[in-house]
Write a protein that binds this ligand. Structure first.
Ligand SMILES: CSC[C@H]1O[C@H](OP(=O)(O)O)[C@H](O)[C@@H]1O
Ligand SMILES: Nc1ncnc2[nH]cnc12
Length: 293
């Protein structure tokens, strides 16, 4: 077995993975509340995968109600070393038509109603989000998407909106003027929380529509998004197989693995013990009972 454990956060249209050997369902509890669903674990090309559909089976959970803290917490507790997110997105650029896979490398967060940190009063930390994705995992995901047959673009800015409504035309034009490439509702605060949980993160975005800015193109509607996702879900699954196949046996250490060492400000002697206990899931190295400090 290779020494990676890849968490896969499935988005709209990707509610399960097939082809896993040793498939098992895991129900994990989190001090942050209920995750979106049970985890499905199994082996693909010598790599352990842990799958979680962020909207839950049957797409029950809207973007604002996704408990991203619980989702990241249970993926980390399940032993994930890295996290690959798969998302449906609208395109804000002419040269990113539906069907394109964009492995984004930046985010603009316009969400307003979601807990966005594991930390808080009594235990303060500030991680860097300057480079919010892991470059090597993103590059491996892009190579895998190409091998799976997808037209793939490396790099791009994802603007995360609160939703659940799609954007107004003025907002869509504003995000284009800001230089955003794609638009979705879920990558934030997920990417922030993955960073706090010391999980290298890659975001593979599948373009399903042109949002509502493009002349002579019908504005985005859910039916079109789901139809395009259905057509691309198999490619996303192949991308994950290619990713697992391409990973080397040994996982190189990443600075993200120990990012909290530079980020915690609060003096350990004053840590809130309740919050420290909750944080043991995302960082046992610092917060498990035997390691406090
Ligand atoms: C079903 S269209 C809008 C929905 O799709 C995207 O979800 P995900 O990122 O989980 O693939 C978008 O963010 C919205 O949640
Ligand atoms: N145009 C769009 N806006 C927000 N989220 C989306 N997900 C897929 N298409 C989208």
């Amino acid at each position: 077995m290779k020494d990676w454990v890849i968490g896969v956060m499935g988005g709209s249209g990707l509610y399960d993975l097939d082809g896993l050997s040793d498939r098992e369902t895991l129900r994990l509890e989190s001090p942050w509340g209920a995750p979106s669903d049970d985890l499905v674990t199994g082996t693909l090309e010598g790599v352990r995968l842990v799958f979680l559909p962020r909207h839950g089976q049957g797409h029950r959970i809207p973007p604002s109600a996704i408990n991203a803290r619980a989702n990241i917490d249970v993926l980390k507790r399940a032993g994930c070393t890295d996290l690959v997110s798969v998302s449906a997105v609208g395109s804000l650029r002419e040269d990113l038509p539906p069907g394109t896979f964009v492995v984004v490398d930046q985010f603009i967060d316009r969400t307003v109603a979601r807990p966005a940190s594991f930390f808080g009063p009594g235990l303060v930390a500030h991680v860097s989000m300057a480079d919010p994705v892991c470059p090597s995992l993103s590059s491996a995901a892009a190579t895998a998407a190409r091998a799976a047959g997808a037209v793939t673009v490396e790099g791009g800015v994802y603007v995360a909106i609160e939703g659940p409504q799609f954007s107004t035309r003025a907002e869509s034009e504003l995000y284009r003027a800001w230089g955003c490439s794609v638009i979705g509702m879920t990558a934030m605060p997920e990417a922030r929380l993955a960073r706090e949980a010391e999980l290298p993160y890659a975001s593979v975005c599948m373009v399903t529509d042109y949002d509502c800015w493009r002349a002579d193109t019908a504005h985005v509607e859910v039916a079109g998004v789901l139809a395009t996702m259905k057509a691309n879900a198999e490619t996303a699954r192949r991308m994950l197989t290619e990713l697992a196949r391409g990973l080397p046996q040994a996982r190189p250490a990443s600075p993200i693995d120990t990012g909290l060492d530079q980020a915690i400000v609060t003096d350990p002697s004053t840590w809130d013990p309740v919050l420290a206990g909750k944080l043991a899931g995302i960082c046992p190295r610092r917060f498990s009972p035997g390691a406090l400090g």
